[in-house]
Design a protein around this ligand. Sequence first.
Ligand code: F6R
Length: 613
Amino acid sequence: MCGIVGYIGEKDSTPIILNGLKRLEYRGYDSAGLAVLDNGQIEIRRDAGKLSQLEALVSDTPIHGKIGIGHTRWATHGEPNARNAHPHIGSTGEFVVVHNGIVENFLALREELSAEGTEFKSETDTETIVHLVEKFFASGSSLEDAVRKTLKHLKGAHGIVVMSSREPDKIVAARVGNAGGVVIGLGEGENFVASDLPAILEHTRRAVFLESHQMAVIGRDRVKLSDIAGNPVTLHVQNIAWDPVAAEKGAYRHFMQKEIHEQVRSLTDTLAGRVDFDEGRVMLNDLNLSTEKARKIKKIIITACGTAAHAGMVGKILIERIARVPVEVAIASEFRYAEPLVDEDTVVLAISQSGETADTLAAMEEGRSRGALLWSNVNAIGSQAMRIADGCIAMQVGPEIGVASTKAFTAPLLDLYLLAVYLADLRRVIDPDQRFGLVNDLMGIPALVGTCLDREEAVLGMARRFKNTRHMLYLGRGINMPIAYEGALKLKEISYIHAEGYPAGEMKHGPIALIDKAMPVVALAPDDPWYDKMISQIEQALARGGEVIALATDGDERIPELTEHILWVPATPWLLSPVVTSIPLQLFAYHIASLLGLDVDQPRNLAKSVTVE
Ligand code: F6R
């Protein structure tokens, strides 16, 4: 996950930035860099690899200055080397930029700028930003306005921090969407900027969080906030508690809410370094998979518990449809007692955010003892499930503290999609056009999730309306059936409301008897191949006097005729729709539990890591 730190004041910015980057080290990175203004000149040091390499470089060739910006990177465009590391500098050497997010239209921008004579020094999307800022500055704008104009040209979600020797008394920062936050730390005669609070907490407890579409001009003694259109915005200063855990929570009431909002970033990071959008390729190097081995696989058994098993159910559809490999989903607590049919041409793939779930580890051991190839999709780096596997896809979500899993649910959905495309490529079951199409569909996903998050207020309204219900039924079909299970699990575990997830087609075989006014039905009816079937399920529930909350795609005209309770989601390629449909259901469960005044982050009887059978 990328991290940003910046400083302006009277002290030497280099150690402050390096220390700040160290605080973000737990997020992992593949390269790092910093730029300072040294006697009116921008000086940059960048290197691939761990932060210690950058520290060694800075110690060999020191740079000092009272204003500077730094970055740790996970590659999205261009391999992780020193040239592609941030900060990126413009052609005149007077502007530098660090950036979190993906410039979705960077190819078009790069072509445009190249046609105007700009020479690119890296393969990154970020470099387009610094050239745009430089161009607008050259045509007479202030640094602030040049950044503002640049933002209007960028597609996607971004956190951006810019510095220039032409206006050496400020740092300009901006946030668009949810590709990570931008927080400003206020000091005495000095100010800080970072992507995450821990990077600046040792210096100040007074913080201002930028909302989406806001920007800040940060001077030594003054911070000016505005929206992207240029309208002034009042600074809302928050005093952060000393408790480092509370500090991590930032502007959110609960970790769960924070983690739900972190998904644009976690999904961006999930793609980073693994997807080459230019080549239309996926690389999962840590699976240690040769083409020969990939072609030998006869079956994949995904094993997991709870939320992770729901991700596995989506994965089954993805891998079977895209890579044409048969997949079974085995609940981990059952697997070792089931005499499973496993041999050396079988892969056992365990999904686990903690990597320490006793049942999942036992299922992996069962697979190992029967000769299977073992893979894991794990969030906790160094956990048992990662250590014992032959290959791993590490989730890129950072620590998840809320007991109810949210960002560690959507990340594996993308991981499994990547796996499906990777396997399909190695096994030569898709042609290049299909591969490009599948990879291209990924690019917009973080932004679509951001759109869902921007609609939180509407979900809160729905939560207010239904918070006192005692039972709820969640229905879905096809690729969104597991999302119905997951939506129900989220609700029951944190709100203690009885909720059932059910395959919608099974309703008529029994559960339909339950439907009445006291049993609202959440029906997942996005624009996917099962849409028409879901419409008839909604009609059936309504015919029995049920109240239906429908999840529908923007522009749907049939659903508003059936129900007034609608959670809208943006149009999404259907194989990726579960990533998007999960978001309103997570928010719905969260807000109901929060409105009921419950302990959202630590619900009763549950633990974050279930290390007993
Ligand atoms: C629900 C939840 C649990 C876990 C399950 C497996 O929100 O978090 O259902 O998904 O206990 O945990 P991991 O992923 O750590 O193996």
